[in-house]
Design a protein around this ligand. Sequence first.
Ligand code: VAH
Length: 319
Amino acid sequence: KVLIIGAGGQIGSELTYKLREIHGSNNIVASDINCSNLDIVNSGCFEILDAKDYDAIKNCVEKHTIDTIYLMAAMLSATGEKHPMMAWDLNMNSLFHVLNLAKEGFIKKVFWPSSIAVFGPTTPSINTPQHTIMEPTTVYGITKQVGERWCEYYHKQYGVDVRSIRYPGIISWKTLPGGGTTDYAVEIYHKAILDKTYECFLSEETKLPMMFMDDAINATINIMQAPSENIKIRSSYNLAAISFTPKEIFESIRAQIPDFSMTYNPDFRQAIADSWPKSIDDTTARTDWNWKHKYNLELMTKEMISQLEKKYASSEKMH
Ligand code: VAH
């Protein structure tokens, strides 16, 4: 059976839906620190679980005979800058607990997300290679960089089957992201529909690697279903789909919503975005486990707007 830790989050929730589709709902245990994502809580087996509590995770694994864990709980880049020690505690101790459960043989397989945040201002920023300079300047990026080293160590020293992807910014409509720097690229769609205007917290030329959620979920399922011998990288795989600037995503939305306007008011997250690459080379992932993305910016914008318009129309009916 599969346990998703952080199932209430932006990626965790969509992994939960997808894994229920693949493995059947009663083989998936969703868990999170609270019940705030009511759809996840009410649509299948759910447990309150603190990712920082080893005994609680171990009890959950034994209670539900879990053999695979997706560890999707973390404090992201923007929030991590406000609470460095909390970000270190959550992001690192949750990883150690899950890696140790695998090392001790309580579970067989682990997925752990890394991020383009592992890269820093000294990393080559165009088509960033799989192996390169990594001097992250955010707490979140530091936790992802050192987490990658521990994943590789536990695989090499103890044979732990842990697999990881360096997610770019991820755009989705089902669950709002929490505390990320790339969150502007999700908020913008909601504001375009609700307010017809958006004040962007990054400058208009800030190019960042991004991906539509469906591609990110497919990549995660692909890497976890690949034969172990195909997974040559046991730190974390570069993954890429599209790169765009706030100006480009604004224009893709305005093509659908002509009276949409945008203003720019960069805040502290501009410095975080400036430290990250503009585009990523993911050749290794495409070679090792035949990853390929489907969504370009135009397709993603069409899907985001049509889904959010339906979501808001139905919620209006409920009022
Ligand atoms: C963040 N969405 O902004 C996350 C992600 C690459 C960005 O790690 O912190």
